[in-house]
Design a protein around this ligand. Structure first.
Ligand SMILES: [Fe+2]
Ligand SMILES: [Fe+2]
Length: 344
């Protein structure tokens, strides 16, 4: 085996950082954009849970993933959860396409049907139950890749208590929405000076977060979406901290483009995965074009210009799931607006 000198090794490491962004542009250009429902449907016939956009399957998305799954009639997520369900330190949204059922999230019941969306508060125990005679078809998206990269991905599942990290520490640790367990907000108070105050704020942070998570919006009903004209076309924010959600990483918008019209063009420094929930159309991503239909999935590469066209006779509805909030919180958000939509 070739042994590198200290100088060679550490010079290479420096160049790795310098080269990375340029290499990454190439990976973005080469990444798969369009995932056809016809292919996904075939796989769902073989297995009830199919990952679609996922770095483990070659996607260049570093921050979130998306999968399709089916819950058979009168079963529970096909996974035999009966009490706690599971919980995780990744943010998650679920969008229901077909079927009816309910979820138990942090002890509360939420009833849902087609077009409804759940924003699951971080680290809350949750279960999803199909109450009907039809299969439930849904997609879910989580910030699993981001949490894994941070070394902070914890998935506790009632079926596998041997892998619990925090819940096994006792009844209190099982109820809290804070990995590691809660505590008392005033626990850090001591000293009576500005530094002590700042430290006390640090100790209280997690407990404040837990309160905000418990107050946050969980279920968004399709009928409550408010569409308004924007530079990108008709948009409704679905999951956003500015409308009552306590999301820190994952945001969701719904776009609607009338027949024959086009959206605006934009690019941004966050990953975006789109689910086509109605209609058909075309997307231009930089210098490439893709035709898509209802239930297809699009993975938009970071910082590439994209614009949507409704080529059908029905309204085109696109659910855009993005990690803009994660980038906001890292101070890395940037959105460039190009051509405006033609219907505002
Ligand atoms: Fe989950
Ligand atoms: Fe976008």
């Amino acid at each position: 085996m070739e042994v590198k000198s200290t100088k060679e090794l550490h010079s290479e490491l420096t160049m790795h950082s310098v080269r990375f962004a340029k290499d990454e542009q190439g990976r973005r250009k080469g990444q798969d954009v369009l995932f056809k429902w016809s292919e996904i449907e075939k796989k769902l016939g073989e297995h009830k849970h199919i990952y679609v956009v996922d770095a483990r399957l070659g996607s260049n998305n570093h921050t979130h993933r998306l999968w399709y799954d089916v819950i058979p009639p009168h079963t529970e997520e096909g996974q035999d959860w009966r009490t706690l369900g599971h919980r995780h330190t990744v943010e998650a949204i679920i969008y229901f396409l077909k079927g009816h059922g309910h979820s138990i999230i942090d002890g509360e019941r939420y009833d849902w049907g087609p077009g409804d969306l759940l924003s699951v508060p971080m680290f809350s125990w949750h279960r999803h139950i199909n109450d009907g005679d039809e299969p439930v078809l849904r997609i879910a998206s989580t910030t699993g890749p981001l949490s894994l990269a941070l070394g902070q991905a914890v998935y506790e599942d009632e079926r596998f208590p041997e892998f619990w990290i925090y819940a096994q520490e006792g009844e209190e640790a099982r109820k809290t929405l804070i990995p590691g367990g809660g505590g008392k907000i005033e626990n850090g108070e001591a000293g009576g000076n500005r530094t002590a105050e700042m430290y006390a704020e640090q100790v209280a942070f997690a407990m404040h977060e837990e309160q905000l998570r418990r107050k946050s919006k969980v279920l968004v009903k399709q009928k409550d979406l408010v569409f308004e004209p924007t530079a990108m076309g008709k948009l409704a924010y679905v999951v956003d901290p500015r409308i009552g959600c306590h999301s820190k990483a994952l945001g969701v918008v719904m776009a609607e483009i009338p027949a024959g019209k086009r959206s605006g063009a934009h690019r941004h420094l966050y990953d975006e995965i789109d689910l086509i929930v109605g209609g058909k159309g075309k997307i231009i991503v930089e210098d490439k074009e893709y035709d898509f239909d209802t239930l297809d999935v699009l993975s938009i590469p970071v910082f590439q210009w994209h614009q949507y066209f409704n080529t059908g006779s029905e309204p085109l509805r696109i659910l855009g799931i993005n990690t803009r909030l994660a980038m906001d919180n890292l101070g890395l958000s940037l959105t460039h607006q190009g051509e405006h939509a033609d219907h505002v």
